[in-house]
Design a protein around this ligand. Sequence first.
Ligand code: FES
Length: 200
Amino acid sequence: MSDRQQLDGTQSEAGPGADVGAGNPDAANADPSAGTPDPERARKAVDDFPIRSSGEDEVTRREFIRYLTLGSGGLAIATTGIAGLTTVRQPAPREPMEVVPVDEIDVGGSYLFSYPTEDDPAILLRPTPDDVLGFSQRCTHLACVVYYDHAEGQLVCPCHNGFFDANDGQVLAGPPERPLNSIDLEIREGIVWAVGGGGH
Ligand code: FES
């Protein structure tokens, strides 16, 4: 009989204590108190008992799997969140948009419109009869709108005296640190079209 059977109180078919001396020539001299729980022996048996550590192993494995699952779930959620933020921050699609017949803009003048969305103010310049240029009208400092100063060849932000080159939108002076976003333009049969760029 094993220690486990003894601890469980399970008895063999031969009856209590029968296996204590089975095949043992000293069986006849077996301690009559053999069936009585020995606290020290029980403690040692419990210390060595496989179910105890096996049970702990089971708990440890379950906890490991649980933590692994939670960790994987958390990572998946974080990844999904980042992907969602990335999606939210995607620039608005740039659909080609008809703006204005080029002859309606005076040479040296400008025309205000919105592109690529209704919330994106934009400005179209006609510095010479043959040239048209487009920019976001939103100053890159604190988003005031700029105006065209043809005589100076500049786009001017009146809020904090920001100045941009009207040829390419680069910063000339003032607090802005980034150029104005340019808008790609095409002239199709006398009509100015915005076809890309612009926005923030
Ligand atoms: S908002 Fe244009 S210079 Fe400050």
